[in-house]
Design a protein around this ligand. Structure first.
Ligand code: NAP
Length: 303
């Protein structure tokens, strides 16, 4: 069997279009433009590039963005004061604090300062707590985990009653994905670095979510025939020449690399019924879900 390729780019594009239409409607009916404030502390190039991508998506989807950039040595109290000011600004419907923060700043203290009604990243401890409780609804679900569920829903995967295995238990992916799957009545097993015989656990999965950050970790022999595989991992591997030496880019003169997921994609796709590619699977969903959450925050502000 060759698996159905889950096209995250196309699904994300459909979500962006839905957000664009709904944002225009909100503006026409209530004169409100959904607004996302970004808070970036320091000069981490990857963080700058992520924030740039989020602001670009806002512009394309008809949302307003309010950038806030602070030097790396900003005292924690000043970052918290800024987040609180944004919390009181009626034009700001969502606040995104780009992580990681510099080492001297306590991440939890800053995230705690985001009002839960503006926590569009879904990382406020209260929102994460509600995610894990029965009959409680968080104001927002974290974007990458929510993107995983959205992919499963949009391909029509049956979550209720399924045996779901999640590889990884991080605060930003593994744990919240597990809670979301549990909330959708899957039977969930979470694996981590101390799990014994991961292959045997993975073999039980109707739905497998891999989020550990280890290139090609999941082998085809571990995967139950017909399983749906969502690969969250993003890993960089060197591109080799036919003689096994490192390939060098003619354009930049730098070593060539390629992105791969946590699953051995070429082999696993012959066993699974559906699988996300890396890149182009879960990756594009994160920003799409952030736009959706920001729209929702603005819609809720009307109510
Ligand atoms: P993380 O914080 O490093 O967590 C990794 C998790 O994997 C931990 O729970 C760890 O277990 C577990 N783990 C590590 N090695 C393992 C092994 N050999 N066997 C079993 N479990 C193992 O990583 P993360 O932030 O969750 O990210 C995971 C991957 O997703 C990364 O490749 C990251 O780049 C990618 N990612 C993608 C997106 C996106 O596409 N939008 C967003 C976020 C992350 P312990 O808890 O026991 O240490």
């Amino acid at each position: 069997m060759t698996a159905q390729l889950i096209d995250g780019k196309a699904i994300a594009a459909a979500i962006h279009e839905e957000v664009r239409v709904a944002a225009a409607e909100l503006k026409a009916k209530h004169g409100i433009t959904p607004g996302l404030a970004t808070v970036l502390v320091g000069d981490n190039p990857a963080s700058h590039s992520y924030v740039k991508g989020k602001r670009q998506a806002c512009a394309e989807d008809g949302l307003e963005s309010f950038p806030n950039e602070l030097p790396a040595d900003t005292p924690q109290a000043d970052v918290i004061a800024l987040v609180k000011r944004l919390g009181e600004d009626p034009k700001v419907h969502g606040i995104l604090v780009q992580l990681p923060l510099p080492g001297h700043i306590n991440e939890e203290a800053v995230l705690n300062a985001v009002p839960i009604t503006k926590d569009v990243d879904g990382f406020h401890p209260v929102n994460i707590g509600k995610l894990g409780m029965k009959n409680r609804e968080p104001s927002f679900e974290p974007c990458t985990p929510a993107g995983v569920i959205e992919l499963l829903d949009r391909i029509g995967a049956k979550i209720e009653g399924a045996s779901a295995v999640v590889l990884g238990r991080s605060n930003i992916v593994g744990l919240p994905v597990s809670l979301l799957l549990l909330g959708r009545n899957a039977t969930v097993t979470v694996c981590h670095s101390r799990t014994k015989d991961i292959a045997a656990v993975v073999r039980q999965a109707d739905i497998l979510v891999a989020a550990i950050g280890k290139a090609k970790f999941v082998k085809a022999e571990w995967v139950k025939p017909g399983a749906v595989v969502i690969d969250v991992g993003v890993n960089s591997l060197p591109v080799l020449n036919p003689d096994g030496t490192q390939a060098i880019s003619e354009k930049t003169g730098k070593p060539r690399t390629k992105l791969v997921g946590d699953c051995d994609f070429e082999a696993v796709k012959e066993v699974a019924s559906a699988i996300t590619p890396v890149p182009g699977g879960v990756g594009p969903m994160t920003i799409a879900m952030l736009m959706k959450n920001t729209l929702r925050a603005a819609q809720q502000s009307v109510k």
